[in-house]
Design a protein around this ligand. Structure first.
Ligand code: MG
Length: 170
């Protein structure tokens, strides 16, 4: 029987926006007049990515791993949560192939920041930046994104089964 070696995961996240910056997004701080509100540092992009990776390995979701009822998760760095979640994914026998992300934000313009976000995510996952897609859309001035009440992100992640010593011997 042929083993399945590739798996895909999907992640989505939404956070409310409040007055005052900076905006933490994709592991970086972006100068802005609004910030995402949340129990952790409210990095909507890293949360969606974390869920996509966990989902690809069928390991549950970020809320199960880091409950917002736990004091140690208050203000927690999403980069650390992503690293810990990806450690679980690797321990389950999977390594990331590529990820693709979309951020939905009316403002700020993310064009000038996308490269740094891409490089930050690549570094966190220890893969080349060419394996990380980062895209941005506005809310066309309608809905919670367009009215700058919320910021959202969606992400898909493809992982492959890591070859073990047993596989090589087989
Ligand atoms: Mg979140």
């Amino acid at each position: 029987m042929q083993r399945t070696t590739l798996r895909v995961g999907l992640g989505h996240d939404t956070h409310r926006l409040g007055e005052g910056g900076p905006l933490v997004l994709g592991g970086i701080e972006i100068p802005h007049d609004r910030h995402a509100i949340g129990h952790s540092d409210a990095d909507v992009l890293l949360h969606a990515l974390t869920d996509a990776l966990l989902g690809a390995a069928a390991l549950g979701d970020i809320g199960e791993l880091f409950p917002d009822t736990a004091a140690e998760n208050r203000g927690r760095c999403s980069k650390e949560m992503l690293r810990l979640a990806y450690d679980r994914v690797r321990a389950a026998g999977f390594g990331v192939v590529n990820v693709d992300c979309v951020v939905f934000a009316q403002r700020p313009k993310l064009g000038p920041h996308k490269r740094r976000i891409q490089e930050t995510i690549a570094e966190l996952l220890a893969v080349p930046a060419s394996q990380i897609g980062v895209k941005a859309k506005t809310g066309e001035l309608v809905g919670p994104v367009g009215r700058e009440e919320a910021i959202m992100a969606e992400c898909v992640a493809v992982v492959e089964r890591l070859e073990t010593a047993d596989d090589k011997a087989a």
